[in-house]
Design a protein around this ligand. Structure first.
Ligand SMILES: Cc1cc2nc3c(=O)[nH]c(=O)nc-3n(C[C@H](O)[C@H](O)[C@H](O)COP(=O)(O)OP(=O)(O)OC[C@H]3O[C@@H](n4cnc5c(N)ncnc54)[C@H](O)[C@@H]3O)c2cc1C
Length: 625
C-alpha cells in the first residue's frame, strides 16, 4: 500500500482521510490536538460552553474510527523529493518522513495583521512562527485546554466591557464581522456597538436583498453601521466615493461595475452612520459613540475587532517561493494549483514553456517553441522576443482597461511569413502592477491580416513534486490554495474562477484530489482502464455549485441563507431567512461536526453531497468523480 501524508486535520484533511483510508496508508498531521468547527467559533466567545459541542480530540477519531495514523505536530517543510520535515509536539527535534502522495489541507489564518502573522480569535494560534509574535502568548492553543482558556478570557473581556458600557467597534462588515457583532449584540446587549466597511453596504458579495436583510437586522438590534468608510493601517478614517455601477448598455446597476473613485479624510465624530429610530444624517459624534482607545499595547477603553480578511499560512513552502502566489488576499503566498489541484510552481516570472502551437503555420511554431526567459523588460527564447505594449482594437485605437487607460499586453512579433504578412501575438490583458504571468496557462491570440485567429498557450507552471512518469505527487486543497485558475479574459471565462474560502468547496476539492491520487496510483501500479474499458485519466476541478451557498447567522435566532451565488458580486438568491434559517444553521453545524468526528449520522447525511453519483447541473462530470 502506498502512503499518503495529509497536512492538516480540518474539514478538507478529514474528508481526504475518510476517502483514502481503505486503499492507502494515510497519516494526518496537525499542529493542534483537536478539531474545532470554525464556522461556529464566534458563538463560543459569547457562550463558552458551546465549545464542547464544536470540538473533539483528533487522535481517537483519526486512529480508532477512521483507521489512519495521527501525528500531533507541525509540518515545517515539504520537499519536492517526497519528504516532509515534521516537528512532533513532544519531541525536542524535527523528524523527516517520506510519502508517496501528499495532500496539503493546511487552511489559513483569518486576521489581516502581518506583524502577528494573521492572528485572530477565529483560528487558534498554532504555528511556531505565529506563536513567537502572538498577542496571547499565555495561551497555548495547540492544546484544547489552552483554546478553552482563551475563549473564557475573551468572554470575560466582553463581560467587563458590557458592565462598563464601553464601545465595541467592528472593522469589516463581511461574513465574520456581521456574524460577530450580531452574536455580541444578542449575548451582551446594552453596549454601544458599531460596524464599519469601506464598501457601500454590508456583506459585499451577497445579493442586495440578502445584504439589506442583514443590515435591517443590525439596525433593529441597535448596531450603528457606517459604510463607504475606510480605516488605514495608522488608524485614520476616510470616506470612499464609489462609481455608480451603472452598466452603459443595460442602464442597470451592476455591483461588479462599482469602483472606488477617491478618499477624503474624516474625523471619528463626523463618520456618518445608519442608526435605529432616527432618520436623516447621523454621525458617530451625534450618536455619542466613543472611539475605542489603544495605547500601543492594549485597549484601555472599548475594543475594536478587525474582521477584514484572510492571510496565508503556508510557511512550510517558504523555501519554494515559486509555489506561493504573488497576489491574492492578505499579501498573497497562497498555494498555486493547476486544474487537477496539483500543487504547482509558478515559473512565469523567470521562464515559461511555449507549447501547443499546432494551429500555427510550421514556420511560426518552430520559432515560438522553447523556454522563454525574462531579461529586464523583455522575454526571449533565443529566437523571438516579447515585450509589454498596447494592442490596437477594432477601430485601430489602443484597447482600454477597466479604468480607461491604455491596456498593456505582452506582444511577440513573429517573423513575416512567406507571404510577407506581419504577425503579432498578444497575451491576455495585463493587470496593473501585476505579475505578467499567473499560475495558469496563458493564451496568446494571433490574428493574421486575413482575419484568421490562432492561439498559442504559454505554460506558466510545472508540478512542484513530479515523479519520473510526469505525475504530480502533491495536491493543495481547501483554504490554503490560490482558489482559482486564471485564463484569458474576464473571470467568468476562466477554467476555474475564484472559489470562496469556505468549507464546502474545500471538501469538494478533496474528492477531486483523492480521485486523482487513486487514478495516478492505478496508472502507475494497476489497471490503466476502468471497468467500462475507458482509459483512467486525471479529473479536473470544476466550480462547485455548493460554493455559492452562504448561511449568514444573525445571533442564535435569525439568519439568512443564499444559494446559487457565483463569482459575480451580488449574484445568488435569498431562499430562507428568520428563525427557520437559524435552525438550518444549527442542523448543519451538528451534522457536520458529527461527520468530521466520523459519526454515522453525519456521514449518512453528507456523504452523497460530495460523492454525487450523477451531476445533473453544475460544471462537474455527469457521472461523478
Ligand atoms: C468566523 C468564521 C466563520 C465561518 N463560517 C463559515 C460558514 O458558515 N460556512 C462555511 O462553509 N465556511 C465558513 N468559514 C470558513 C471555513 O471555516 C473554512 O473555509 C474551513 O475551515 C477551511 O477548511 P480547511 O480544511 O481548508 O482548513 P482548516 O479548517 O483551517 O484546517 C486546517 C488545519 O491544518 C492545520 N495546519 C495548518 N498548518 C499546519 C502545519 N504546518 N502542520 C500541521 N498542521 C497544520 C491546522 O491546525 C488546521 O487544523 C468560516 C470561517 C470563520 C473564521
Amino acid at each position: 500500500m502506498r502512503r499518503v501524508l495529509v497536512v492538516g486535520g480540518g474539514f478538507a484533511g478529514l474528508a481526504v482521510g475518510r476517502d483514502l483510508a481503505t486503499h492507502f496508508l494515510v497519516t494526518i498531521v496537525d499542529c493542534k490536538e483537536f478539531f474545532e468547527y470554525t464556522p461556529g467559533i464566534l458563538r463560543c466567545y459569547v457562550k463558552p460552553k458551546h465549545f464542547d459541542a464544536l470540538s473533539f480530540n483528533l487522535q481517537p477519531v483519526i486512529e480508532e474510527r477512521m483507521g489512519c495514523k495521527f501525528i500531533w505536530g507541525e509540518v515545517k517543510s515539504l520537499n519536492a523529493n517526497r519528504t516532509a520535515v515534521i516537528k512532533p509536539m513532544f519531541s525536542p527535534t524535527e523528524e523527516l518522513i517520506d510519502f508517496d502522495y501528499c495532500v496539503i489541507c493546511g487552511g489559513c489564518n483569518f486576521g489581516p495583521n502581518e506583524a502577528t502573522k494573521g492572528e485572530s480569535l477565529w483560528f487558534p494560534t498554532v504555528h511556531e512562527i505565529g506563536r513567537s509574535v502572538s498577542e496571547w502568548k499565555q495561551f497555548d492553543e495547540r492544546f484544547i485546554e489552552g483554546r478553552r482558556r482563551h475563549i473564557f478570557d475573551e468572554w470575560d473581556t466582553l463581560k467587563r466591557l458590557q458592565e462598563a458600557k464601553e464601545s465595541i467597534m467592528i472593522t469589516g462588515a463581511g461574513f465574520i464581522g456581521v456574524e460577530w457583532i450580531t452574536e455580541i449584540a444578542h449575548f451582551f446587549n446594552g453596549m454601544p456597538m458599531a460596524i464599519m466597511d469601506m464598501l457601500p453596504q454590508a456583506l459585499g458579495p451577497l445579493p442586495d436583498n440578502a445584504a439589506k436583510y442583514c443590515q435591517a437586522y443590525m439596525t433593529k438590534v441597535g448596531i450603528l453601521q457606517a459604510y463607504s468608510i475606510k480605516k488605514d493601517a495608522q488608524g485614520n478614517y476616510f470616506k470612499v466615493a464609489w462609481s455608480d455601477g451603472i452598466d452603459q448598455k443595460t442602464k442597470k446597476f451592476v455591483r461588479n461595475n462599482q469602483y472606488p473613485m477617491g478618499d477624503t479624510a474624516v474625523k471619528w465624530d463626523e463618520i456618518p452612520c445608519v442608526s435605529r429610530g432616527s432618520a436623516g444624517e447621523n454621525t458617530f459624534g451625534s450618536k455619542g459613540f466613543k472611539q475605542p482607545i489603544h495605547n500601543g499595547t492594549k485597549f484601555t477603553s472599548g475594543k475594536d475587532y478587525n474582521c477584514i480578511g484572510v492571510k496565508a499560512s503556508n510557511y512550510f513552502l517558504n523555501h519554494e517561493p515559486a509555489c506561493l502566489s504573488k497576489m491574492g488576499p492578505g499579501g498573497g503566498k497562497w498555494l498555486y494549483m493547476d486544474k487537477t489541484l496539483s500543487c504547482v510552481k509558478y515559473t512565469g516570472e523567470q521562464k515559461i514553456n511555449m507549447y501547443n502551437v499546432s494551429a500555427f503555420k510550421p514556420e511560426h511554431a518552430a520559432d515560438l517553441i522553447g523556454v522563454w526567459q525574462k531579461n529586464g523588460d523583455t522575454w526571449s527564447n533565443g529566437k523571438l522576443t516579447m515585450k509589454l505594449d498596447t494592442k490596437p482594437g477594432a477601430d485601430g485605437s489602443p484597447v482600454k482597461d477597466k479604468k480607461g487607460k491604455d491596456a498593456k499586453f505582452l506582444i511577440i512579433t513573429c517573423k513575416p511569413d512567406k507571404d510577407g504578412e506581419g504577425i503579432k501575438l498578444y497575451s491576455k490583458i495585463q493587470q496593473e502592477n501585476g505579475a505578467p504571468f499567473h499560475s495558469g496557462d496563458n493564451d496568446f491570440t494571433y490574428t493574421d491580416l486575413k482575419g484568421n485567429t490562432f492561439k498559442a498557450v504559454a505554460k506558466g507552471h510545472e508540478h512542484f513534486c513530479e515523479d519520473d512518469d510526469g505525475y504530480s505527487r502533491v495536491y493543495a486543497i481547501g483554504d490554503c490554495n490560490y482558489g482559482c485558475y486564471e485564463g484569458d479574459g474576464p473571470p467568468p471565462t476562466w477554467a476555474l474562477p475564484f472559489i470562496p474560502k469556505i468549507s464546502y468547496p474545500g471538501e469538494e476539492e478533496g474528492i477531486v484530489a483523492c480521485r486523482n491520487i487513486e487514478s495516478t496510483d492505478a496508472l502507475l501500479f494497476g489497471e490503466k482502464e476502468n471497468c467500462w474499458g475507458t482509459p483512467v485519466r486525471l479529473a479536473e476541478m470544476h466550480w462547485p455549485w455548493g460554493a455559492g451557498m452562504f448561511a449568514t447567522s444573525l445571533g442564535p435566532n435569525d439568519a439568512c441563507f443564499v444559494v446559487s451565488a457565483n463569482w459575480n458580486k451580488g449574484s445568488g438568491i435569498k431562499v430562507l431567512w428568520g428563525s427557520m434559517s437559524a435552525v438550518q444553521k444549527e442542523v448543519i453545524e451538528h451534522s457536520k461536526v458529527d461527520e468530521c468526528g466520523f459519526g454515522f449520522l453525519g456521514r449518512a447525511i453528507w456523504h452523497f453531497v460530495h460523492h454525487t453519483p450523477v451531476h445533473l447541473w453544475g460544471g462537474g462530470p455527469r457521472w461523478g468523480y
